[in-house]
Design a protein around this ligand. Sequence first.
Ligand SMILES: [Zn+2]
Length: 311
Amino acid sequence: MATAIALEDIFWEHETGAYHPETSRRLTAISEKLEKTSYFSNLIRPKVSPASIEQIATIHAKEYVLKFKELVKMGSGHLDPDTPYSEKSFDAASIAAGSGISLVDSIISGESQNGLAIVRPPGHHAEKNHGMGFCMFNNIAIAARYVQSKGFPKVLIVDWDVHHGNGTESAFYEDDTVYFVSLHQYPFYPGSGNVNDKGSGKGLNYNLNVPMQSGTGDDLYLEKFKNQVLKEIDKFVPDFILISAGFDAHANDPLGGLELSTLMYEKMSNLLKQKAKEYCNGRLLSFLEGGYDLKALADSVEAHLSVLVSE
Ligand SMILES: [Zn+2]
């Protein structure tokens, strides 16, 4: 079964400055690694269009989207102290969100079984009314709504980035059709992700935070992954699985304080791919979020993708 990816030239034109960790060098490292694999030339590359304002507005306030579109015309600046943008950032962010939509189309048409959106800017910190934490539009949340619009009502999002996916949590906090699960270092940026935050209203018990102390390594992480995350998937029975695949919980990451090995990403990918087979006819789509050690990032992305392409 085929795997699709998106990795568009415009992502290199979202400039964040010489010293910012979220740099286009991340994508260069990933590309160089993937180009050496035996499977790279067999990956499906669907044509990607920018997400429309209406598609982005399924998650974000239209005023924010339009304001950001105008802002970049005046040159570079910051959405928040961590989140610089350049003239091409609106286009890059729209195509990052559009990548998810194209890959969802590829998967539900049967052209591919699963996929990986190798995008920047990342998305999981982006809130309804503002970008933050290197993120502009919440790519995975926009994809979740798009999946639902195509007739797959129950969407599971697993976020294994080292940081809590606050933007994705807020988008679906009162929603029982999108189950958001985040494993993250805690306490840590952005401050949210408390174990007691379980959703509210109809969404109560459809939001799971699995906080990890600084220094947590593979064994404890995997135990919590199996005992908490996999069990909830069995209860929820999703139609589609989305992954916020940040790789900054890797032991070598300069920002994160967790101690995962590259192999851990292979293990988690296998476990989620198995659940996708069990419940979703294999439908699974990942989004690149963080990951700031170039070698650890490239190796971990390759470990993840090699599981997606394997039979
Ligand atoms: Zn992160």
